[in-house]
Design a protein around this ligand. Structure first.
Ligand SMILES: *Cc1c(COP(=O)(O)O)cnc(C)c1O
Length: 432
């Protein structure tokens, strides 16, 4: 390697130019401490820093990279697309093919609209739901993340008023008041909320597999109850599968559980590492969008040829490789390797896994199903674990509440090595 600039050196300069040194807050490593490694290149399951250190990567760009980094088919498809033109802002074949492919894999979608991020997808789906129902209120769940949409950056208010309060500065109180927030996994809270707000409720939005604040696997009966209440009260049910889509057996959690949302939002995997989001559902709803209907939504770069090529190449490669089954097999392998290591560690860690998504739950009780049940030491212990794993060449996301991702580039060797490294790392940390 040439003697380039070190992570430390770049980090110091980054903080002079970029807010907090980053373009998305969690990357600043505030939750785990230390300097984030600057990445020079990545291939397969491995990322290499500018310091020349290699890491087996379980971040996967926070979800998109089901094939691992720089998969040859994706790189080639993007290269070819770029050579034909980086953006047309006009119809092209790639977007039609990606639409057909996503529909084939996600049958609740009859019509789809591509956007540039998961945030745009959920924001647009909410607007469409409001436009279709003529109602304003939105129901969301504590601990679910739907991107940085004003109406969804809202947390539960206190007391009887279930209306939300903004969880970020800069969100109008009036916007927060149009959002109702309920705890996850609480049947008792659902019925009264619908009784009270049902007639004004445009939509309920939920990650059917909440995976942005730990991996909070929901009871299927709970999601079915939500489905039934939405139907009874004429509110649309939006499944936000930006993260879970294409990472679970059955492709989406909705299909896996046999629960049909009215609208589904996608992102991450369908761009193969390029900026894409999408939302879709029955034609009857989607056709309310402009240019056919009154709900406006547009995008200069939407359906971008490079992004669409990256997504298509990714989905094709996963499909050709029986990828969803293989990821499930890799997941079982991780469970068999890491499970016993955690059990023997003396630390109250358990592995929670769905498809190629995993999380290390901390605490003696059953893995939590809702966001307010975390052990108070979760973040502190994870900070130590994260650092000890980095030292051993394994990279987890820099927060106790972010999940890990497997890709088809991981194999028995990387997973066995990871389990061993976790065992060593936990042995260094004083057990409670
Ligand atoms: C990542 C994510 C989003 C936001 O997607 P961006 O592309 O980061 O805007 C929305 N919903 C869920 C469930 C996500 O995991």
């Amino acid at each position: 390697m040439s003697a380039g600039r070190s992570s430390q050196d770049l980090w110091e300069e980054a903080q002079r130019h970029l807010v907090g040194g980053v373009n998305s807050p969690v990357r600043a490593y505030r939750a785990v401490g230390g300097t984030p490694p600057f990445i020079a290149e990545a291939e397969g399951a491995v990322m290499r820093s500018v310091d020349g250190t290699s890491y087996v990567d379980f971040v996967g760009s926070f979800g998109p990279l089901v094939l691992g980094h720089s998969h040859p088919a994706v790189v080639e498809a993007v290269r070819e697309a770029a050579a034909r033109g980086t953006s047309f802002a006009a119809p092209h074949e790639g977007e039609v093919e990606l639409a057909r492919m996503v529909k084939e894999l996600v049958p609740v979608i009859e019509k789809i609209r591509f956007v540039n991020s998961g945030t745009e997808a959920t924001q647009s789906a909410i607007r469409l739901a409001r436009g279709c129902t003529g109602r304003d209120l939105v129901l969301k769940f504590e601990g679910c993340y739907h991107g940085h949409v004003d109406a969804l950056l809202v947390e539960a208010g206190s007391g009887l008023a279930t209306f939300g309060i903004a969880s970020s500065a800069g969100i109008p109180a009036a916007t927060a008041r149009d959002t109702i927030v309920l705890p996850l996994d609480d049947d008792e809270a659902l019925e009264p909320a619908f009784r009270r707000h049902g007639p004004k409720l445009a939509a309920a939005i939920i990650e059917p597999l909440p995976a942005n604040n730990g991996l909070l696997v929901q009871r299927p009966e709970y999601l079915r109850l939500l489905r039934r209440l939405c139907t009874e009260h004429g509110a649309l049910l939006i499944f936000d599968e930006v993260l879970s889509g294409f990472r679970v057996p059955g492709v989406t959690v909705g299909a896996q559980l046999g629960i049909e949302p009215d609208l589904v939002t996608l992102g991450k995997v369908i761009g193969g590492g390029l900026p894409v989001g999408a939302y879709g559902g029955p034609a009857e709803l989607m056709d309310r969008l402009s240019p056919l209907g009154p709900v406006y939504q547009a995008g200069t770069l939407s359906g971008n040829p490079l992004a669409v090529a990256g997504g298509l190449a990714t989905l094709r490669a996963v499909k050709a490789d029986d990828g969803w089954q293989r990821m499930e097999d890799l997941g079982s392998l991780l469970e068999r390797g890491l499970g016993p290591v955690l059990d023997a560690s003396g630390h109250p860690y358990r592995l929670v896994r769905c498809g190629s998504i995993f999380w290390l739950a901390y605490g003696d009780s059953e893995p939590p199903r809702r966001a307010d049940r975390f052990h108070p030491n979760t973040a502190e212990v994870f900070g130590l674990l994260h650092r000890a794993l980095l030292e051993r060449g394994y990279m987890l996301a820099p927060s106790a509440f972010e999940v890990g991702f497997l890709s088809l580039a991981h194999d028995e060797h990387t997973l066995t090595g990871f389990a061993g490294a976790v065992g060593e790392a936990l042995a260094e940390i004083p057990a409670p």
